[in-house]
Design a protein around this ligand. Structure first.
Ligand code: HEM
Length: 432
């Protein structure tokens, strides 16, 4: 089923999703339109079978619902919404039965919240069933709820033998300064929507319904900035971020790079899921502001105003152009230790560890405990092999950006396969 709605101005700044946008982007990641618009197993790439409706209700919230059911969860290959939140939990369920109840409850709430609808009325003297934050008719507002599990969940509940093959608890990299209170967790819930009240409402609802079975460990609210002036959003460093990404309309590409496949070393239940990495990375913006723009560009390996590769000289050059390194073995144009060149060196040796699906957000938690700025990236990516991310991150430990960033939290998770229909629930394959 195709997404037939016309592109809206907001689609332009999602930077990783709108089919029209992606067709013009990055030749080596491009795929066919026809193949891309039909998802795996005959379902929609958006995670279900229905087309999106798209309009705004009187209060500005979107009346469109992103389908909940499908082979894959929404919130991964679906276009990133402007508002995001990552909430990590420690599971406190007393046994396997309670754990199953927890996933069933999470499924029911996610199915209901993403669909929106009229709130049930409570008798006048009873406690209300909902916070009422979204009014009497809750608009779906493009809400997606994406549930992932951490390695620590598998050590309990007799699940050790069913752990995804590469899932481990994140170890600190060379320059990490991980805060345990901002790292890891048994379950990660990613919430994305058009408006912040929608994600807060969903989170409060989930907390209320799962109380006693899981406990909050850490949480971060974040956003994607609007386009300045157009195209891909800029991060807090002022660079267009999210340009080079797999084509999320291309099923073959997603199967190769993102979705866990059957008949691999992964457990059967994991098919259709994917490894999710979240890294909470603080930016030292005061220090960055002292760096001349020409040097900032060398650090990232892209032009600041246009987002174009380093060989571009005009501010009007398109960011659709691919970086090219074959004529630049010494890194005179794009430094060898620039961010893009280490992330994707374009060599035969690194070809299999250079593509991940990035779907990051920006956060502001200022002031920090010292009264200073705390702005940064809630870096988020999805990949079929966790080792792809780890190898890429190890290359980036030598990048010129290192003095300006400080990774402080996050973790490794496995985003569960999609919930297929009304009878299915998150992790059913894992638990039965
Ligand atoms: C947290 C701070 C980070 C910032 C501010 C940042 C920013 C950027 C920017 C501005 C670009 C160039 C434009 C684009 O293609 O999107 C880029 C590209 C990229 N980044 Fe990052 N990034 C960060 C972290 C990471 C991490 C942790 C990874 C993975 C380990 C990563 C992987 C990539 C990849 C694969 C590309 C595309 C390279 C290419 O194919 O040309 N980034 N990033």
């Amino acid at each position: 089923m195709t997404d037939e709605r016309p592109p809206t101005p907001e689609d332009r700044w999602r930077g990783g999703g709108c089919p029209a946008d992606l067709l013009a982007r990055r030749s080596f990641l491009r795929g066919t339109v026809a193949a891309g618009l039909v998802g795996a197993a005959g379902g929609s790439l958006l995670g279900g079978d229905e087309a999106l409706a798209d309009s705004a209700s009187g209060d500005g919230a979107r009346t469109s619902a992103i389908p909940f059911h499908g082979a894959h969860q929404a919130g991964i290959a679906t276009p990133p919404q402007p508002i995001g939140a990552f909430a990590s939990f420690d599971v406190t369920a007393s046994g396997r039965a309670e754990l199953t109840d927890l996933f069933r409850t999470l499924t029911r709430r996610a199915r209901s919240l993403t669909a929106g609808g009229t709130l049930p009325k409570a008798p006048p003297r009873a406690a209300p069933p909902d916070t009422g934050i979204l009014g009497p008719d809750a608009a779906p507002d493009d809400l997606t709820i994406t549930v992932a599990v951490g390695a620590t969940l598998f050590g309990r509940y007799g699940l050790a033998a069913r752990k995804p093959a590469q899932l481990v608890t994140m170890s600190p990299f060379a320059h990490d300064d991980l805060d345990p209170a901002l790292s890891h967790g048994d379950i990660l819930v990613q919430l994305c929507a058009e408006h912040r009240d929608t994600t807060v409402h969903a989170l409060l609802d989930i907390l209320a319904h799962t109380n006693g079975a899981m406990r909050q460990r850490w949480r971060i609210h974040c956003q994607r900035n609007p386009p300045r002036p157009d195209g891909i959003p800029r991060d807090w460093f002022g660079f267009k971020d999210g340009i080079s990404n797999p084509d999320t309309t291309n099923t073959a590409q997603l199967n190769q790079l993102v979705w866990t496949q059957p008949r691999t070393t992964e457990p059967v239940w994991a098919t259709g899921g994917t490894y999710q990495v979240v890294r909470i990375v603080h930016f030292d913006l005061e220090k960055w502001q002292e760096v001349p723009v020409a040097q900032q560009e060398r650090i990232f390996g892209r032009r600041k105003v246009s987002g174009a590769p380093m060989y571009a000289v005009s501010d009007n050059t398109s960011d659709d152009l691919d970086p090219i390194y074959t004529n630049d073995p010494q890194g005179l144009i794009t430094p060898l230790h620039s961010h893009v060149r280490l992330a994707n060196p374009q060599t035969p040796q690194t070809a299999s560890t250079s593509s991940i699906l990035r779907r990051s957000y920006d956060y502001d938690r200022s002031p920090d405990v010292h009264g200073g700025l705390d702005l940064g990236h809630a870096f988020c990516c999805f990949q079929r092999e966790l080792d792809t991310y780890i190898t890429m991150q190890n290359r980036l430990e030598d990048e010129m950006l290192v003095p300006y960033i400080s990774p402080r939290g996050g973790g490794y998770f496995f985003a569960l396969p999609g919930v297929r229909d009304d009878k299915d629930y998150y992790a059913r394959g894992l638990l039965t």
